[in-house]
Ligand binder design. Structure first.
Ligand code: KIV
Length: 324
């Protein structure tokens, strides 16, 4: 068995955090800068979520279309920049539903090809045997119950789960079954706070809440939601800690305006050359021999260009770079 690199947060340490009552911080990330920011902020777990479908790949309101290859690509970029956090690769729809064997094969790809520390999959029921099989193959699994976006259509949309007494009891059973199957943690999404609190008390492994109240052992939010990069309607459980989309739009508009007006680039953004080299350069391009050579070159290239395009090309005017 390989030993985790120095400073890496391990699964036993994550379990100890629950025992000590220390909150676990989890966030999603989909690229190297996001992973680096999460690392620098001291985040404990980085989830390369299949929410990538919506927040990165541009699919509207569904996580279903993202593929294994896309998830592996994103996970690799995160793994390269997140050293201390546990990196969890989210198994996309279709990668574990068909059989235990397919689930193990795809989990192995996350582990071996992308370097993830663990995988996450949604649901209980048929997912339980998938969890057992993947754990038996030596890959840690994070469970996910409550609102499971991959089956949002079956659940009647993106709705809070466990709102009736019967549904709440079933949620507890599902979470316990996932722990029993070998999950090292369970995500509780869009679950009433008292139900999530009860599950958290009953489980030995940590619960990570998203829209599941303050009693969970940890919390997770989607990177783009918490940073204000997502536009339009957001679920009630999201808290925005920044308004980056406004800042990005302002910055891009400013840039476009300055390029069009000529205000950018300024002197400090341009390169110079030593004055004597510039002088030499200018006199060499004006000397008859260079002019002849360049005229010859122009003639040859314009003959070639004329073969494709009838319009004659004029030489661009030479401009002197401004000195500071
Ligand atoms: O894919 C994802 O980002 C998730 C979180 C919302 C938990 O599953």
């Amino acid at each position: 068995m390989s030993t985790p690199p120095r400073g890496k947060l391990t699964l036993p340490k994550l379990a100890e955090m629950k025992d000590r009552g220390e909150k676990i911080v989890m966030v999603t990330a989909y690229d190297a800068p996001g992973a680096r920011f999460a690392e620098d902020a001291g985040v404990d777990v980085v989830l390369v979520g299949d929410t990538a479908a919506m927040v990165v790949l541009g699919y509207d309101g569904t996580t279903v279309p993202v593929t294994m290859d896309e998830m592996l690509f994103l996970t690799r970029t995160v793994v390269r920049s997140a050293r201390r956090p546990i990196v969890v690769g989210d198994m996309p729809f279709g990668s574990y539903q068909v059989s235990d064997e397919a689930a193990v094969e795809n989990a192995i790809r996350f582990f071996k090809e992308a370097g993830a520390d663990a995988v996450k999959l949604e649901g209980a029921g048929p997912s339980l045997s998938r969890v057992r099989a993947i754990v038996q193959a030596g890959i840690p699994v994070m469970g996910h119950v409550g609102l499971t976006p991959q089956s949002a259509t079956m659940l009647g949309g993106f709705k809070t789960q466990g709102k009736t007494a019967e549904a709440a009891v079933q949620l507890i059973e599902h979470a316990l079954a996932l722990e029993e199957a070998g999950c090292f943690a369970v995500v509780l999404e869009a679950v009433p706070a008292p139900v999530a609190a009860e599950i958290t008390q009953r489980l030995r492994v940590p619960t990570i809440g998203i829209g599941a109240g303050p009693e969970c052992d940890g919390q997770v939010l989607v990177y783009h939601d918490l940073l204000g990069l997502t536009e339009g309607h957001l679920p009630r459980f999201v808290k925005r800690y920044a308004s980056l989309s406004r800042e990005i739009r302002d910055a891009l508009e400013n840039y476009a305006e300055e390029v069009r007006s000529g205000a950018f680039p300024e002197e400090q953004h341009s390169y110079e050359m030593p004055a004597e080299e510039l002088e030499l350069f200018e006199s060499s391009i004006r000397s008859p021999s260079t002019s002849r050579k360049s005229a010859q070159a122009t003639k040859t290239s314009s003959t070639a260009a004329n073969a494709q395009s009838p319009a004659p090309r004029s030489e661009p005017p030479l401009r002197k770079t401004s000195s500071p």
